[in-house]
Design a protein around this ligand. Structure first.
Ligand code: BTN
Length: 248
């Protein structure tokens, strides 16, 4: 399987999207020691200090219906959590839709992109971009995130090989995508809920109209939509966006 190793690039997702459009095979991965314009979700920047973290994008050509492609992001979150647990016996939590957490601090995130899903099924692809803080220390984090971020090193006191972490996550992702193709989303979301670190916690969500909805997380439903019960008892179904821990 082709693994492209780079010292530096703007964004491994950008490289992977181009390679996938040019026909790169299922499982092809791009890994870079640093990124100058790492992309986060919702237009945010993903800080990518050299040699401290895992910055990788994996090209997938799964045999799935177009409407099942968005679920790949949940599959990827599970694969990252499972790989970390199997390698180091550290159990990460998952924060909807696909952040990797330890004790309410973010350790990693996933940015999934895909080709147009209306094209011929044989031409469809997805790119799963994974950013994971591996050997990052407190001093490596920008001041504005330092209280909300963590790394495998901070959680375990051990330096880890970024390459070892990559190899395990890559293998686990391909295994879990295969299982998803065979068994569908039900077992994925069932296992995802077991790792949901926000279940029952108070969250704030900014709706599309800019209104902030605060309430208790009831976790994702069988279609992956997050349910939040506000103080009046109304349940909101959240399809996209970002949720933060609530203020009270
Ligand atoms: C998030 O906002 O939580 C998602 C962050 C995803 C970052 C990774 S790093 C490797 C890949 N390349 C990118 O430009 N972004 C993703």
């Amino acid at each position: 399987m082709k693994i492209v190793r780079l010292q530096s690039t703007d964004s491994t997702n950008r490289v992977a999207m181009e390679m996938a459009a040019d026909g790169a095979a299922h499982g092809t991965a791009i890994i870079s020691a640093t990124q100058t314009k790492g992309r986060g979700r919702l237009g945010k920047v993903w800080q990518s200090p050299a040699g401290k973290g895992l910055y990788t994008s994996v090209i997938l050509r799964p045999v799935l219906k177009a409407e099942d492609f968005p679920y790949l992001t949940f599959v990827a979150g599970l694969a990252v959590a499972d790989a970390i647990k199997q390698l180091y016996n550290l159990q990460p939590g998952l924060k909807w839709p696909n952040d990797i957490y330890f004790f309410m601090k973010k350790c990693g995130g996933i940015l999934s992109e895909s080709s147009a899903l209306t094209v011929d099924p044989s031409c469809r692809f997805a790119v799963v971009g994974i950013g994971l803080n591996v050997n990052t220390t407190i001093n490596d984090f920008p001041a504005e995130v330092v209280t909300r971020a963590t790394s495998l090193f901070i959680e375990s006191g051990r330096e880890m090989s970024v390459d070892e972490v990559f190899t395990k996550i890559h293998a686990q992702l391909l295994l879990e995508v295969q299982s998803f193709e065979r068994h569908g989303f039900t077992p994925v979301i069932k296992r995802w809920r077991e790792l949901d670190c926000m279940f029952g916690k108070r969250l704030a969500w900014v709706a599309v109209n800019g209104k902030v909805v605060e309430g208790i997380s009831l976790g994702p439903d069988n279609l992956g939509r997050l349910h939040i019960r506000d103080d009046s008892g109304k349940v909101h179904e959240v399809l996209s966006g970002d949720v933060q821990l609530g203020t009270s």
